[in-house]
Ligand binder design. Structure first.
Ligand SMILES: [Zn+2]
Length: 288
């Protein structure tokens, strides 16, 4: 099971700072049921136990910083304890799934209806075919079959993604036409300069902060510029879960075996409340 996942999402493709692979569990343990989720949080561990999963596959790592123990005295230790005492193993496919082909951003791009996908930030060329750019990499550039206004595109994004309280927000002229789209599952503000140098009409990613977003938009001042669509991190990466589950089943089929899969529908976006506001009142005219 782990070998099949490692074939799809090779741990060597992970960034050097990342912590991917088997977090807890015995690689020799038989696996019949696999639950896929974005975050290894306690609600997801409870779902895995309640469903009788043998393996939980999450996108985000549970333990990214060094720890001295996994006793059930803090949230992460409690998750490890809950999983181990119920016979559930945990495997993490994080930046190795981001940079796979197909990977997390392919799933996001396909969910949004994009075609002709290529990496936004291509991985170094494979050894032996140095002239060929890698088909792996982070983020994707693709096109919409038909151009849309930014407003219509943002609505399409909102309709296509699983619901979160935050919803979808966009920066740009609602009437500007968008056709070439850059996407990056997860926090993609590190690629804003790369997007600006690309043909993208709009960039879809998560966790965009005020200054990077504002400075990016300033480059388009006086014209339309490249628009931004900010989506919930959890929702973006959730789109990868059904893809990964399907690819695991297909990979196991070539090995003459199978497994039951399930995609968690627990929304683990930390933001649970959204409050629309009223417009600011105009300044009062001073009497003359
Ligand atoms: Zn992420």
């Amino acid at each position: 099971m782990i070998a099949c996942l490692d074939d799809l999402y090779d741990p060597r493709w992970a960034d050097s700072w990342d912590a991917v692979g088997l977090v807890c569990g015995d690689p020799g343990q038989p696996v019949r049921k696999v639950l896929f989720a974005v975050d290894p949080v306690h609600a997801v561990a409870d779902e895995a136990v309640g469903w009788g999963a043998d393996l939980l596959v999450t996108h985000h790592p549970l333990l990214l910083k060094p720890v001295h123990g996994v006793a059930a005295i803090d949230p992460k230790g409690r998750v490890v304890h809950c999983l181990l005492t119920n016979g559930v193993a945990l495997q993490v496919c994080h930046t190795n799934a981001d940079s796979a082909d197909p990977g997390v951003s392919d799933a996001l791009a396909e969910t949004l209806g994009l075609i002709d996908l290529r990496p936004l930030d291509a991985a170094p060329a494979e050894i032996g075919i140095a002239d060929q750019p890698s088909s792996r990499g982070t983020g994707r550039l693709g096109v919409l079959p038909e151009p849309l206004t930014l407003q219509a595109f943002a609505e399409r994004v909102a309709d296509a993604l699983p619901q979160t309280a935050a919803g979808v927000r966009a920066a740009g002229d609602p009437d500007q036409q968008v056709r070439t789209v850059a996407v990056c599952g997860g926090a993609g503000d590190g690629f804003l300069d790369l997007v600006r140098g690309s043909a993208a009409d709009v960039y879809v990613t998560s966790d965009l902060r005020h200054h990077p977003a504002s400075e990016f938009r300033e480059h388009g001042y006086g014209g339309t510029g490249t628009a931004l669509v900010d989506i919930a991190h959890w929702a973006a990466e959730w789109t990868w879960l059904p893809h990964a589950a399907r690819r695991l089943v297909e990979g196991l089929a070539t090995r003459g075996t199978t497994v039951e899969t399930r995609v968690s529908r627990i929304c683990t976006d930390p933001w649970q409340i959204h409050v629309p506001q009223h417009p600011m009142t105009p300044p009062e005219e001073s009497p003359h």
